[in-house]
Design a protein around this ligand. Structure first.
Ligand code: ADP
Length: 170
């Protein structure tokens, strides 16, 4: 059984085996949660990211967490919302799927996600949380190592939406 937890808080403080970064294509840091992760992990994270040659939208790459409490950071790139005309939903799904599969490959038992693409990238929050629920339902049978998936919401709107959809709280 995979446990799903929804909390309101700061992803950089999580102690899960992996935390997921809502990165950009360069993987060289940015604003929002990306900037917060780089600040909290220390400068070595950027040095390792420089060697990864960026990341395509919907794909995921893994690095150590350095001085973070989590062992790994999984960097994925969600789509920029363009009105729904550029397969943004398909790309956001891929970002979640690929992050989970990479965590599995690295034997992670627990993983924490931010609300990818729903900040500066402008993906509608209510649509995103429904899509996340679908992805989790679909991929669950393929996850053998992961037993905890945490959604760490930063803003109240996402937190309320996630509570409604997952009906769980810590
Ligand atoms: P994107 O460019 O993918 O939209 P953002 O970082 O702008 O990425 O926003 C993604 C989500 O991360 C937003 O819901 C934002 O509120 C949230 N966020 C920002 N900082 C943190 C943090 N320290 N911990 C968790 N979530 C955060």
């Amino acid at each position: 059984m995979i446990k799903i937890e929804v909390i309101k808080g700061d992803l950089t403080l999580e102690q899960t085996d992996a935390i997921v970064n809502a990165a950009n294509n360069s993987l060289l840091g940015g604003g929002g949660v990306d900037g917060a992760i780089h600040r909290a992990a220390g400068p070595e994270l950027l040095e390792v990211c420089k060697k990864l040659n960026g990341c395509a939208t919907g794909e995921a790459k893994i690095t150590p967490g350095f001085i973070l409490r989590s062992k790994y950071v999984i960097h994925t790139v969600g789509p920029v919302w363009k009105g729904g005309y550029q397969n943004e939903t398909g790309k956001l799904k891929l970002a979640y799927q690929n992050s989970l599969l990479l965590a599995e490959e690295y034997n992670c038992k627990s993983i924490a996600f931010p609300n990818i693409s729903t900040g500066v990238y402008g993906f509608p929050k209510a649509m995103a949380v429904e899509l996340v629920r679908e992805v989790i339902d679909e991929i669950k049978p393929n996850l053998k190592n992961i037993d905890l998936i945490k959604f760490v919401c930063f803003d109240n709107e996402n937190f309320q939406l996630y509570l409604q959809v997952f009906k769980t709280n810590k």
